[in-house]
Write a protein that binds this ligand. Structure first.
Ligand SMILES: NC(=O)c1ccc[n+]([C@@H]2O[C@H](COP(=O)([O-])OP(=O)(O)OC[C@H]3O[C@@H](n4cnc5c(N)ncnc54)[C@H](OP(=O)(O)O)[C@@H]3O)[C@@H](O)[C@H]2O)c1
Length: 327
């Protein structure tokens, strides 16, 4: 497969609003030591992307402008550095792979060709049910969901409440919590999303039509739940602390969340750290391919519409994953 000399990519030249995203022709990257060159098919959009774009993420200081944005993607292998044995990794030239950049790798994924550390990639298995393009949105939300479930230490019979059950991470948390042994999973979301929560095996609580605090009190007969997984945080974190059972744990997703109201009360509260590994990516891919971890794609946008994707994400009400098509 030939590697082009220039590629299309979405970059920012300054921190700011979605209008800062520009689709430009830039030189194609080369694979450094330990890296694989990938022809990107689709890149996933994540809230972290707009926090990098507007400079509010702590990781934005790692960017050198102009910078390509995006953290995750799927694509086909074009080649690799000399020290990478693609066959031994199960990712020969032409194979479809997916992956996510670690938080300290500021290079983006909204580009036709990227260089990725081999350790941040895994092969995409054949699937009779899943759309191969959807693998572009699996890695970041998926690794986050796996770490969130591990941090929450969900045990057999635990009851779980998830805030934001139909977001990119939330939709993966519902089946993963059940697979970890949860006896009951409630998930908040708008009434419009209740059907999707139920499809995933959760009991929906429509926060826009009912008082979720009263609903969870009634459902647990005032006991509260063992675990809360809070993907929203802003309006849900503080009141959630009053709905945890004795010894309950809470895991909050936004990285800049202030956990002190929980720790001051002796409540185990954590923020998951995005830690991709080949083992986690393989586990995700297998579950995605066999349908036990379904990934809903809300919309696939052309690269030229990536700014519109950021606008949608910033509403905080997208469903499943948004993807950018780079084919
Ligand atoms: N710590 C980490 O490593 C890590 C990794 C990934 C993501 N994150 C962070 O985790 C958060 C979620 O990520 P995501 O990709 O799942 O976001 P997302 O796809 O944008 O989903 C946001 C979800 O929040 C729900 N929501 C909005 N207002 C709500 C409310 N008042 N109560 C309950 N739910 C509400 C929305 O559902 P409705 O439309 O039904 O309201 C939607 O399902 C983001 O802040 C992201 O930056 C952290």
């Amino acid at each position: 497969m030939s590697v082009p000399t220039t590629i299309r990519a979405a970059r920012i030249h300054a921190f700011g609003g979605p209008e800062e995203l520009r689709v430009e022709e830039i030189p194609a990257p080369t694979a450094g030591p330990g890296e694989v060159l990938v022809r990107v098919l689709a890149a996933g959009l994540n809230p972290l992307d707009y926090k990098m774009r507007d400079g509010s993420s702590g990781k934005a200081k790692l960017l050198t402008l102009p910078a390509v944005l995006g953290r995750e993607m799927t694509g086909t292998v074009l080649g690799a550095a000399e020290d990478v044995d693609l066959d031994a990794l199960g990712m020969p030239i032409g194979a479809q792979v997916f992956g996510v950049r670690g938080l300290d790798d500021p290079r983006g994924t909204y580009a036709e060709v990227i260089a990725m550390p081999a350790a941040a990639l895994a092969p995409v298995p054949e699937s009779s049910t899943a759309d191969p393009l959807a693998a572009g949105g699996l890695a970041l939300a998926g690794v986050t969901a796996l770490v969130t479930i591990e941090d929450a230490r969900i045990g057999e019979g635990d009851t779980v409440l998830i805030h934001g059950g139909t977001g990119g991470v939330g939709q993966l948390l519902i089946p993963l919590a059940l697979q970890a042994g949860a006896s009951r999973v409630w998930a908040t979301g708008r009434a419009a999303n209740a059907g999707r929560i139920a499809e995933l095996g959760g009991a929906p609580i429509a926060y826009d039509e009912t008082d979720w605090e009263a609903a969870i009190d009634e459902a647990t007969e005032g006991r509260g739940v063992d675990v809360i997984l809070d993907t929203h945080y802003f309006t849900t974190f503080a009141p959630s602390l009053d709905h945890l059972a004795e010894g309950g744990r809470i895991v909050v997703l936004p990285s800049l969340a202030d956990l002190s109201p929980a720790t001051a009360r002796g409540i185990d509260a954590r923020i998951p750290s995005l830690a991709p590994s080949r083992e986690r990516l393989d586990r995700l891919a297998a579950a995605w391919a066999d349908g036990t971890l379904p990934l809903e794609v809300g919309e696939i946008l052309p690269l030229d519409d990536v700014a519109r994707g950021h606008e949608q994400l910033e509403t905080g009400h997208t469903r499943g994953k948004l993807l950018v098509d780079l084919r």
